[in-house]
Write a protein that binds this ligand. Sequence first.
Ligand code: TMP
Length: 215
Amino acid sequence: MNGLFISFEGIDGAGKSTHIAALAQAFEAQGREVTRTREPGGTPLAEALRTLVLHEAMDPLTESLLVFAARRDHIQRVISPALAQGRVVVCDRFSDATFAYQGGGRDFDWGVLAQLEAWVQARNDGTAAGGAALLQPDLTLWFDLPAAVAAQRLAGARVPDKFEAQPGAFFEKVSAAYARRCAQNPERFARIDAQESPQSVWLEVLSTVRARGLL
Ligand code: TMP
């Protein structure tokens, strides 16, 4: 059975977490082996880098290098081996988050990010289905909702990290960059209206995955 790579994206407060767990369970209920993971993170090294990225002040290039370094380790040690074993990889964020947060939120150079993406996600095993040059998710579920709604949901929920503490204008830019990334990759992206009730959002997630014949 072929491996399957699904990523979840969206601004902080978009409500991805419960649906990530539910989708993983839905695949397991069909007898699939699931690797549930996250970025930045997913390996001891990448989790150590995550702590730095989420809590230390740094310039946008440093931030981008660290998230891509974490991603490289994650791909090498977890994602690629799991896909090679035919597992379903359900990942909370992947490189679209770098384009959204560093490229959009931080106004960092999109071209530099594309170069880092090309280095880090280059397939070197020659087994890419359809000959795709870069490792990308088969499906990216983008939880879209207005920044003001997300901020309301997050208010008082927990001590904010470096990104969660950013003003609304930052998340407007993050959202705009997700929309750009979605427009550039329409075959891979599915926009989920994350303003709806959790039940409706789940039904949309499920129908999206089913419509693509993945579940
Ligand atoms: P989360 O696991 O709670 O979603 O937190 C991860 C945070 O890191 C979130 O605010 C988005 C941010 N982030 C980036 O800035 N760049 C990235 O490449 C990734 C994967 C996450």
